[in-house]
Design a protein around this ligand. Structure first.
Ligand code: FE2
Length: 272
């Protein structure tokens, strides 16, 4: 199975990069499934039903979330009826929505997607490691699902690397989101799990993590309150991780970073 995970879509530049590049990439890379983190898709804060529809039309099969999942309050109302939109699975019991979803990857194959949130420098949610253990106790890679993708939304590279090793051999891809900067550590771990500490954002990199530079600079240099943060409006870079898996074992055969458009240097999966 070939699938692409796209890092946090930040506002319109992120959404536009998806619309511009994803239809061609689906064809060129022979993608069976596409998953994107959408927690910053609505002007940097949350996601709306309309934006979900837009992303599905552009070729995204399933959208994951994080600490900004509820910034647009309407998400609390429609998430129960939209299985293609996830929020972190380790929110307290009773939170609307779900943290596990399935993508039909064609030819009878299933990609299981798990969304989890880290705790270092983040909201104090349930233990993501214990929660992963509980999820994996009822799911077997290569049996229950042909491939499994974990979006681990967190700040600290240490916690994300630890999670990668914790699930090594049990999921196809463990990828981090949230920092909005892609890391250069795309690899296949010893047990066969593809890993990248952070996928990076789909957004304008002439910014401070996707936001117009002026307000963050004023906050950092003068400690003054500023206007609400606004999304930077330049051309977005599409940023993500491509993985090819063995359909029988679910383990990764190939893992490549993918960057296209905007300011970051482009990189394409090497398929031959
Ligand atoms: Fe986040």
């Amino acid at each position: 199975m070939r699938f692409l995970f796209l890092g946090d879509l930040v506002g319109r530049p992120g959404r536009d990069a998806v619309k511009k590049h994803l239809p061609d990439l689906r064809r060129e890379l022979g993608l069976d499934a596409v998953v994107a983190n959408g927690e910053n898709a609505a002007a940097g804060f949350g996601i709306t039903k309309k934006i979900c529809e837009e992303m599905f039309e552009s070729g995204v099969d399933l959208i994951t979330g994080g600490n900004h999942s509820w910034d647009q309050r309407e998400a609390l109302a429609f998430i129960d009826d939209e299985p293609r939109l996830l929020r972190p699975h380790n929110y307290p019991a009773g939170t609307p929505g779900r943290g596990v979803g399935v993508v039909d990857a064609g030819r009878g194959r299933k990609l299981l997607v798990i969304n989890m949130m880290a705790r270092l420098y983040m909201d104090p949610l349930d233990d993501p490691f214990a929660t992963m253990k509980a999820v994996l106790s009822s799911v077997r890679l290569g049996a229950t699902a042909n491939a499994i993708l974990l979006d681990f939304h967190g700040e600290a590279s240490s916690e994300k690397m630890a999670m990668g090793h914790y699930v090594d051999g049990k999921v196809s891809l463990c990828v981090g989101t949230h920092t909005h900067v892609p890391t250069a550590d795309t690899m296949i771990l010893p047990g066969g799990t593809a890993y990248q500490t952070d996928a990076g954002m789909c957004g304008d990199y002439d910014s401070v993590i996707g936001m117009d530079k002026q307000a963050p600079l004023a906050r950092f240099t003068r400690k003054l309150p500023t206007e609400k943060l606004q999304v930077a409006k330049g051309e977005g870079t599409l940023c993500g991780v491509f993985v090819e898996t063995d359909d029988k074992t679910g383990l990764a055969l190939k893992a490549f970073p993918l960057r296209k458009g905007g300011r970051l240097q482009a990189t394409q999966p090497q398929l031959v």
